[in-house]
Ligand binder design. Structure first.
Ligand code: ADP
Length: 214
């Protein structure tokens, strides 16, 4: 029977010199989860996410994604993940549509006009597709960032602190989007935050990390 584990992390450790940022972490994310990864600032959330995205190498332990080892199947795995790890950067004087077209081209994804409109519709920005990004609210910019992460139709979406810096209406926009990606588009979502109520309200399961440990 094929495993329904989307992410399987075993004994994962990351040291920066003598400092242990992630300490023997174990966690499983299952297909269809909105997995909340909760912990205070400095707990090791971003470091874990950067290892999942293969941006940094673990000191010890293993990561399997879609049932395959990340160490040996990096390329195929990453092709099926969409992520925002930092505040997305856009060309403010270009439209949302043009931004997605350019960013797609830069990252080597073949994006049709139809696909761009599809993802803008998924994040509910299709009616503002031809507005310049400088006219967008923070919440809209964040949703556009998520649109960019969706363009290649990945099964797994990873969002590092997606509501950081947003006002309450922006937080709600992003929260509704996360719920819709799960419910309407059947995406598996891994989401980090330092704010318990924000995670609690959307997550189907969660892990709490503090000082690198769960
Ligand atoms: P979180 O995302 O939970 O806020 P991080 O994973 O960013 O936490 O950081 C965990 C700890 O690891 C922090 O104490 C941070 O200062 C440290 N850290 C992160 N990256 C590095 C690095 N490249 N070099 C040294 N220490 C780091």
């Amino acid at each position: 029977m094929p495993s329904d584990k989307i992410i399987e992390i075993k004994s994962l450790t990351k040291k920066f010199n003598d400092f242990t940022a992630v300490d023997n972490l174990n966690l499983n994310v299952y297909k269809g989860d909105i997995f909340g990864f909760l912990g205070p600032n400095g707990a090791g959330k971003s470091t874990t996410i950067r290892m999942i995205l293969s941006l940094i190498t673990p000191t010890d332990g293993s990561i399997r994604i879609f049932g395959q080892s990340l160490a040996s199947h990096r390329k195929e795995i990453l092709r099926n993940i969409g992520a925002i790890v930092e505040k997305p950067d856009f060309y403010l004087y270009l439209t949302a549509f043009k931004n997605l077209e350019l960013l797609g081209r830069i990252s080597g994804v073949d994006v049709s006009k139809r696909r761009i409109m599809e993802v803008l519709e998924m994040v509910n920005l299709h009616e503002r597709a031809t507005s310049k990004v400088k006219t967008y609210s923070y919440g809209m910019k964040q949703r556009l960032g998520i649109a960019q992460a969706l363009i290649h139709n990945p099964d797994l979406i990873i969002l590092d602190e997606p509501t950081n810096g947003l006002d309450p209406s922006g937080v709600k926009e992003v929260r509704d989007l996360i719920l819709s990606l799960s419910r309407d588009h059947k995406k598996t979502i891994f989401l980090s935050s330092h704010i318990l109520p924000e995670v609690e309200i959307v997550a189907t399961r969660m892990a709490i990390i503090n000082k690198g440990r769960t």
